[in-house]
Every structure is written in structure tokens, then in C-alpha cells.
Design a protein around this ligand. Structure first.
Ligand SMILES: [Zn+2]
Length: 252
């Protein structure tokens, strides 16, 4: 492979990564607020931004000058790094284009979940089509549907267990509030990931996600302890752990 060819490929992949990152950033900006493909708005003051220049507004919004969140840079970097990775070290069992689409989709879900502790229903529905399609190609219809049903049902069980556990904890401590351990979006996402990993692949998938979540939880507790800002009932976004487990197992 000649140096010129490699440099050209890197340049094209970087452009692809920036474009897909810009799209993910746009969706992560508007979907949690308007639930539709509306004009981008400043997340600080709400002023509408011209769509033509939106992709170039990395650090600040053009019209009002407010800062954009750090997520914008992280998502752009994620878009470029995953494009380079899937081209230069393609996973053996996944079509690179489909793989890249899956990575962009999961990037969007994780970005919204980390920012808003929210997994939107329309985004989950889009996942049923895209991610479910990838599952069908890999496992066939029966395993895909069984995996989706199992992921949804197991997470639903954990969801209700979390609701009851938190209620008991609050009763013991005599505090009130409406925190929940898992969001219902996590249940939907576990169903989507079940479609991707199929049956029985969803079982190790959920185990890995719970393991990663536990490790992440310990790190977050340590961090809160170091900063002396311990919140015993702080909600934790579970989506990124589910996604990390799914990506590892599907692309392996
Ligand atoms: Zn503004």
C-alpha cells in the first residue's frame, strides 16, 4: 500500500468521521428537546442556528456565541476513530459499512443517555430496525427475536426489582423522592441489544454489561468519595455499559 494511497484514505475516512459525528451531534442536540428533526438551537439560550453553518460550530454557536458542550468534540473524535478502526482493522464477521452505522447509532444513544439519563423511544424504535436488521443477518429470525425478547424481559425484571429495592431503601431511611435505579429506556435498549446478540448471545451480553456497570459504579463512588459529594441514590446511566458489552461481543 503506497503512502499516498494511505494518506488519501485517512483523509477520506476523517471527512466521513467528521460528517457522521456532525450528524450524531445534531441529533443529540435536538432530539432530547424537540423529539423531531427541528432546526438546531443553542442549548444555553435556545436561539435558532442556521443549518448551513452548524457543522462548523464546534466550540461555540455562531449566532449567540454560547459555548457548545464538550460532547461535540468527543463525538467528532469518536466518529473519526471508529471510521479509521473499521477500515484499517475491520472486524472479520461484520460488514464494515453496517458496522460503522451500528457504531454511529450506539454513539448517539450513549451521548444522549450520558447527557440526559434518557434513552428516547423513537431512537429505540430506529434501533429495532437498524440493529435488529444486523441481528437478522447474523443469527436468522428465531435467534434474533428470542434474543430481543429475552433482553427485554430480563431487564424488565431488573427494572421492577430496582423499583422495589429503592422503595424499601427510602422507607428504611425515611426519605422521599422519585429516583429509580434503572430507567425504562434501559429496558428498551436491552431489547434492542438482544436483537443484535441473538439467543443465547444476549445472556453473556447482559452479564458483561452488569459487570462493567459494577466496575463503573465503583469508580463513580470512589470519585464522589474523593470529591466528598456522595449521593446514595444517584441515578446511573446504564446505557453505555449495555452498549459497550454489545459492541465488544458483536464485533469480536
Ligand atoms: Zn445561545
Amino acid at each position: 500500500m503506497s503512502t499516498v494511497y494511505t494518506a488519501g484514505t485517512v483523509l477520506l475516512l476523517t471527512i466521513l468521521g467528521l460528517l457522521s459525528g456532525t450528524l450524531v451531534n445534531y441529533l443529540a442536540d435536538v432530539l432530547p428537546h424537540t423529539r423531531r428533526f427541528s432546526l438546531p438551537r443553542c442549548l444555553v439560550c435556545g436561539q435558532e442556528q442556521a443549518i448551513s453553518a452548524f457543522g462548523l460550530q464546534i466550540f461555540r454557536y455562531q449566532n449567540c456565541g454560547h459555548r457548545r458542550p464538550i460532547r461535540v468534540i468527543l463525538v467528532l473524535a469518536y466518529g473519526v476513530i471508529t471510521a479509521l478502526w473499521i477500515w484499517f482493522a475491520p472486524p472479520s464477521r461484520v460488514n464494515p459499512w453496517l458496522g460503522y452505522l451500528l457504531l454511529a447509532y450506539f454513539g448517539l444513544v450513549a451521548a444522549i443517555d450520558l447527557e440526559h439519563r434518557l434513552i428516547l423511544h423513537p431512537v429505540s424504535l430506529a434501533g429495532v430496525v437498524l440493529v435488529g436488521g444486523a441481528g437478522l443477518l447474523r443469527h436468522g429470525i428465531l435467534s434474533t427475536l428470542l434474543g430481543g425478547a429475552a433482553g427485554f424481559a430480563i431487564m424488565l425484571g431488573l427494572y421492577y426489582f430496582g423499583v422495589i429495592f429503592i422503595r424499601w431503601l427510602k422507607h428504611r431511611r425515611g426519605v422521599s423522592g422519585d429516583e429509580i435505579a434503572l430507567g425504562f429506556g434501559d429496558v428498551n435498549l436491552a431489547g434492542v441489544i438482544g436483537l443484535l446478540l441473538g439467543w443465547p448471545g444476549i445472556i453473556p451480553g447482559l452479564f458483561l454489561a452488569i459487570l462493567l456497570g459494577g466496575l463503573g459504579g465503583i469508580l463513580i463512588l470512589l470519585w464522589m468519595w474523593l470529591r466528598k459529594s456522595y449521593h446514595p441514590l444517584a441515578a446511573m446511566p446504564y446505557g453505555p455499559y449495555l452498549i459497550a458489552a454489545a459492541i465488544y461481543l458483536f464485533f469480536r
